[in-house]
Design a protein around this ligand. Structure first.
Ligand SMILES: [Zn+2]
Length: 253
């Protein structure tokens, strides 16, 4: 008798495996990020219906194929299709960046209940919002906080002293993961300048709930500065640049 695993999950990626099967990457509640084979999923009348579409949350029953060490989808049932993400190009692009972000910043087979709930809530919020860019930026900052790498914006991230006076431009260090005081700014070479307005917005997007951040009006300068800070942080700490963020930039203007 095969051991079965029952869990909820959200599909992050799907690709062709064979003429009739798909290989999926699913972020699951109980098993973390896994790869799973869906046999027959590419057939026109697949028994899985649309439960295996990207961004869809479903209830899954898997078993493990002992030889390949791969999960196989035995059953799936839709919980939340997140259909609105397919109706708007900017929402679809933002959701793709989110899925890419989650994929990159999680380890295979490591479950994280809080991250799962946060990702699900973020997709829901993106479906409903009129400000996809705010949801996306807020998602990335909140994600890092949930994962334990939130940006330190109130006190100097190098020496711990009280940082920038509000209302003034300051520097943000990717290495230290936050703002720098004036003395440390002079010592650190890798920091980027962020204007007072952008810093305030950055802190707002990181700390406040989606309902509140949806109303934030971001001018182009602040939005560019915030994206630069996030990208700089990711490049330094993860040696990774979000390819899809550039795609997003072209769509959301
Ligand atoms: Zn300092």
């Amino acid at each position: 008798m095969q051991p079965y695993h029952k869990t909820q999950g959200i599909v992050l990626k799907t690709r062709k495996y064979s003429e009739s099967s798909k290989l999926l990457t699913i972020y699951t509640r109980e098993l973390g990020r896994i790869n799973a084979l869906a046999k027959g999923a590419r057939k026109i009348k697949s028994r899985f219906g649309s439960s295996l579409e990207v961004f869809t949350e479903s209830k899954f029953l898997f078993y493990k194929q002992p030889s390949a060490g791969l999960y196989v989808v035995s059953q799936s049932q839709i919980l939340a299709p997140h259909k609105a993400l397919y109706s708007f190009q900017d929402k679809f692009a933002a959701a793709s960046v989110m899925a890419d972000f989650l994929y990159t910043h999680t380890i295979q087979a490591e479950a994280h209940e809080e991250l799962y709930r946060f990702f699900r809530a973020s997709l829901k919020e993106l479906e409903l919002t009129e400000a996809p860019q705010n949801v996306l930026l807020s998602f990335m900052l909140k994600f890092l906080t949930v994962a334990g790498y939130g940006l330190q914006l109130k006190t100097c991230s190098s020496c711990g002293s009280g940082a920038a006076e509000s209302g003034r431009d300051c520097r943000l260090s990717a290495k230290h993961g936050g703002v720098l005081c004036e003395a440390c700014s002079r010592k650190e070479g890798d920091s980027v300048v962020i204007g007072a307005a952008a810093l305030k917005a950055l802190s707002f997007l990181q700390e406040k709930g989606y309902k509140v951040t949806a109303n934030l009006k971001l001018d182009d300068t602040s939005s560019d500065e915030i994206k630069k800070v996030i990208n700089n942080f990711l490049k330094y700490n993860y040696d990774y640049e979000l390819k899809s963020l550039r795609v997003m930039e072209e769509i959301v203007k």
